[in-house]
Ligand binder design. Sequence first.
Ligand code: FES
Length: 124
Amino acid sequence: MQRQRSVASVTPENGLIAVGRIEDFPLGSVRRIDRRGAPPLALFHIDAGVFATEDTCTHGIASLSEGSLDGEVIECPFHGGAFNVRTGCAEAEPCAVPLRTFEVILRDGTIYVGAARPAVQGGA
Ligand code: FES
């Protein structure tokens, strides 16, 4: 798994922020996206596509982009809790509160992150 970190630097366009190029974000990669004035995001490239969640674990202050990605599940580096990166649902205790997930759009090779999606209920 490749770990990367980047800053969303493009001016928002229709609420979308550009977070990088798909060719720089290979399958199996996880990237932390730091945003000015907003909590960081975690970006995941899995078989099903590119997905974004909030980066901070709902159990503590761990950065999920420093966790271990297995398929579509990210394991938190602190206490072994886990989340589905597509749905945000907690997959393993001690995590119980789902992550917020965000719209991801791929346009002309650029990855954009948009608005938060409605929360999905579910937990470990
Ligand atoms: S901080 Fe993530 S499982 Fe505890």
